[in-house]
Write a protein that binds this ligand. Structure first.
Ligand SMILES: Cc1cc2nc3c(=O)[nH]c(=O)nc-3n(C[C@H](O)[C@H](O)[C@H](O)COP(=O)(O)O)c2cc1C
Length: 323
C-alpha cells in the first residue's frame, strides 16, 4: 500500500507506549475500519533480543497499521524494520519521545538535536525496506531550538514518506497546549503528507486543528483512552459531515467493562486490571463524583467487584434520569 492509501481516512491512532496495545488497537479497529493504527513504540534494542513478543501481535483486519520503532543505531533499526515488514504496512521512527531514559540514550526526541544521525537512520532504513517509512517528531527540543521546519525537510530529503508532528517541544513534555498553528509552517515547507497531533479530544478540536495546521490529517492519542469510538466519529464527520455525539455515561460504562474484560483475557486478571488503571481517569471523566469513583476503582483488584461498582453507577444514573 502507498502512503496515500494508508492515510486516506485522514485520522490515525497515535502511538502510546503501555496504551496502544493489541487490545486497544483491536477495539479502535472495530469502530473504524479505515484509520491508520500505530503500535506502541518498539525498542529496536529489545526487539533485537526477543522477536515474538505480544507487542507485535496483530489481526488480519488491523491494516492499515504502522509499527513504530525507537533507537539510535541505524543498522539495528533497519534490521528490525525489515523483520517487522511481515506485520506492518508502514514503519514509523520515534523522534519525539521526551522521557528521560529514552532521550538519555539518544533515542526519541534527542534525535532532534542530532539531525545528521536522524538522517542516517531514515536513509538506512528506507534503503532496506519496501514499505513506506514515516517519522514522528515534535516542534523541537526546547523553545530555543524550534527546528521542526528544517528537520521535516531533512527527513523528507533522507527518504521519509510521511510525518506526524506533535505540536509541543520536548521541554514541554505534555504540559501547556499543542501549537497547531506552527504545524502549518511545516506543512507549507514539505511535499510529503503531514498529520498534526496534540490535544485533539473531540470532533470540534479535530476540526479546529485541521483549520489551524492545514495538515493532511490528525493523529489522536489520549483522546481514545476512555473513548475508542472517537477516531471513527471524527472520520465520519470529516468524510460525510455527520456529527455523532460522544458516548453517554451508560455507553462509557459498557465500554469500560468490555475493555476490562478484553485486557483480562489478554493478560490475566491481575495484570489486566493493573494495565487498565491508567484508563480510569479518562473513562470516568465527567461522571458525577468522578474523583471519588477513581479513588475507589484503583483499589479494586477483582473484575467482578469493578463490574458491580460500575453497574451501580449506571443504575444510579438511570434513577436520576427517571426522577
Ligand atoms: C502514555 C503515553 C505514551 C506515549 N508513548 C508514545 C510512543 O510510544 N511513541 C510516540 O511517538 N509517542 C508516544 N506518546 C505521545 C503521543 O503519541 C502523542 O504524541 C501525545 O500524547 C500528544 O497527543 P494527544 O494529545 O492526542 O495524546 C505517548 C503519550 C502518552 C500519553
Amino acid at each position: 500500500m502507498q502512503v496515500k492509501d494508508l492515510i486516506a481516512s485522514k485520522v490515525s491512532l497515535a502511538p502510546m507506549a503501555g496504551i496502544t496495545d493489541y487490545v486497544l488497537r483491536s477495539l479502535v479497529r472495530e469502530h473504524s475500519k479505515t484509520c491508520l493504527l500505530t503500535t506502541e513504540m518498539i525498542s529496536s534494542e529489545a526487539l533485537t533480543q526477543i522477536k515474538d513478543t505480544d507487542i507485535v501481535k496483530r489481526d488480519e483486519d488491523h491494516s492499515p497499521i504502522s509499527y513504530q520503532l525507537s533507537g539510535h543505531k541505524p543498522q539495528m533499526i533497519a534490521d528490525c524494520a525489515k523483520y517487522l515488514q511481515k506485520y506492518a504496512d508502514m514503519i514509523d521512527i520515534n523522534m519525539g519521545c521526551p522521557v528521560n531514559k529514552v532521550v538519555k540514550g539518544t533515542d526519541g526526541c534527542a534525535l532532534m538535536r542530532n539531525v545528521e544521525l536522524a538522517e542516517e537512520i531514515v536513509r538506512t532504513v528506507k534503503s532496506q525496506i519496501s514499505i513506506p517509512l514515516s517519522v514522528k517528531f515534535r516542534l523541537g527540543y526546547t523553545f530555543d531550538e524550534l527546528n521542526y521546519v528544517e528537520y521535516g525537510q531533512r527527513m523528507q530529503k533522507a527518504g521519509a514518506d510521511f510525518i506526524t508532528i506533535h505540536g509541543r517541544t520536548r521541554s514541554q513534555m505534555y504540559g501547556g497546549k499543542a501549537d497547531w498553528k506552527k504545524i502549518a509552517e511545516l506543512k507549507r515547507n514539505v511535499d510529503i503528507p503531514v498529520f498534526a497531533n496534540g490535544d485533539i479530544i473531540s470532533i470540534e478540536t479535530a476540526e479546529q486543528c485541521l483549520e489551524e495546521s492545514q495538515a493532511d490529517g490528525v493523529a489522536i492519542g489520549r483522546g481514545v483512552m476512555g473513548d475508542p469510538s472517537l477516531i471513527s466519529r471524527i472520520e465520519r464527520y470529516l468524510s460525510k459531515g455527520e456529527y455523532l455525539p460522544p458516548p453517554t455515561l451508560e455507553e462509557k460504562i459498557a465500554g469500560m467493562k468490555d475493555y476490562l474484560r478484553r485486557e483480562k483475557d489478554f493478560r490475566g486478571e491481575e495484570v489486566g486490571i493493573k494495565f487498565v488503571r491508567k484508563f480510569y481517569p479518562y473513562y470516568v471523566n465527567g461522571f458525577p463524583g468522578a474523583s471519588k469513583i477513581r479513588g475507589e476503582l484503583v483499589l479494586m483488584d477483582k473484575v467482578s467487584d469493578i463490574y458491580e461498582m460500575l453497574d451501580n453507577i449506571a443504575l444510579q444514573s438511570l434513577k436520576n434520569v427517571l426522577i
